[in-house]
Write a protein that binds this ligand. Sequence first.
Ligand code: UD1
Length: 345
Amino acid sequence: MKILVTGGLGFIGSHTTVELLQLGYDVVVVDNLSNSRISVLDAIEDICGKRPVFYELDLRDQSAIENLFENEKDIQGVIHFAAFKAVGESVEMPLAYYENNISALISLLQCMMAADIQNFIFSSSCTVYGEPSSLPISEDAPVQKAESPYGNTKKVGEEIVRDSAAVHELKAISLRYFNPVGAHQSSKIGELPSGIPQNLVPFVTQTAAGIRSELKVFGNDYPTPDGTAIRDYIHVVDLAKAHIKALERLIEMQADGGVFETFNIGTGAGNSVLEVINAFEKTTGVKVPYSFAPRRKGDIIQIFAHTNKATDILGWKAECSLDDMMRDAWNFQQALADPEHILNV
Ligand code: UD1
């Protein structure tokens, strides 16, 4: 069975491509390399012994997608990762975010309808919930006004997919990711932020490696047990596996469209920033120099997932612990320091 993975060389896309290939799916990857490296293709082949078919193209180019669907007959489903994802950058460049994340989604859906491809998985985020009024947060909690253009592209993206599924032959699942971290156990693929990392775990690993002198912990006066903000960190391989379960559900479903479902993809456990640092230090034996800094604008206090829906309906549950996430993120960071690492050559 042939699956199209957009953004398939990015952090979550590459891990999902690996899981698909290892299960025997044929994978076609599309990526414009705006925030990924072509060498990830070699890394994927190294892990799986198989190479996905690759197209370097931008999804905003609708004729390029039409040509792709013309060349690649029999695509059974699309997993759509390709999007910009930096919250702060989105505040500075709202139009670039709306253009990239929303235009590409619309073009892709239009081409899918024309090519009669029904199964669609959308990368969404727990950011659609805003600051939760109760925890753990479940899928039926209200979606709130987005705090950033990035968050709004996820909120509006879900609406576009839902409204399209209502009238077209489209079956769609939106996966609301909590905080994806970690790396593949092989250390051949992982998170590769360009420039200074904005997210916590890449900053932790780069600080531990001596690339950054100190981690700033944003806020120690939150109303949480240790004063730092709480998130639901999820191992990227667990997250990748959730996509396979969602895809299987769509493929097995006896419907000609009209399906739109949302699932939380998290562990169900909340951890504070200090707990993440402690888990990293305990697992790796490496100290992370840090100091406290003011709260980061737009950050919520705490969020973690109610995961029963994903367990009951998708038959999926996160398996990796926070320690596993820290170990794999660190192993990847260390492996990258080797100039002979597959992503460096
Ligand atoms: C944000 C987005 C989320 C998106 C994710 C990936 C929101 C509300 N959340 O998650 O939708 O999918 O980025 O881009 O839009 N922290 C520090 N020091 C640092 C970095 C982070 O203390 O140097 C803290 C943050 O304040 C936060 C926690 O670590 O409390 C996690 O931050 P981060 O990894 O950036 O993820 P989110 O902001 O939760």
